[in-house]
Design a protein. Structure first.
Length: 140
């Protein structure tokens, strides 16, 4: 637990939330500022940040809970689709530094659009070098 983390305070009941789902490891609640109404946050009860430093076993429990919440949103709100997103670092748009997945219902009529600015590689060599740098970093 982190004493000044707002999501840890929600887990401890020190701040309110509109709870959607809870199990031993995970809590899901409505985002206070939904991109689309029904937008949920799914968090580990233990404080972790960023996702890359989270133990795999806890991440497995979290992603299974994300899928449960996603199914409940689909069935309960009859959404036409979903976005599932997760940010790490302020440069990536993260505001609350406690790992969380956004599960966002999408409807044909919701009017939301992502500002997804697709770029391109200068050439295949640049693309291969980028892949090499990532692949070389895999650890056993
Ligand atoms: P991030 O930008 O870190 O990926 O997303 C943080 C999310 O937490 C935002 O969508 C924001 O609306 C939500 N949020 C921030 N504070 C609270 C809060 O006190 N309660 C709830 N339910 N959501 C919050
Ligand atoms: Zn926390």
């Amino acid at each position: 637990m982190s004493t000044d983390c707002i999501f840890c305070k929600i887990v401890k009941g020190e701040l309110p939330c509109t709870r959607i789902y809870e199990d031993e490891d995970t809590l899901a609640f409505l985002d206070i500022g939904p991109i689309v109404k029904g937008h949920c946050l799914v968090i580990p009860k233990r404080h972790h940040d960023p996702i890359t430093s989270m133990p795999a076993s806890e991440l497995q429990a979290l992603i299974v809970a994300v899928q449960k919440v996603a199914r409940a949103i689909e069935d309960g709100l009859q959404s036409d689709g979903l976005n599932i997103t997760q940010a790490n670092g302020s440069v990536a748009g993260q505001v609350v530094p406690h790992v969380h997945f956004h599960v966002i219902p999408r409807f044909t009529w919701d009017g939301h659009s992502w500002n997804w600015n697709a770029q391109s590689y200068d050439n295949t060599d640049e693309m291969a070098e980028c892949a090499r740098q990532i692949c070389d970093a895999f650890k056993d």
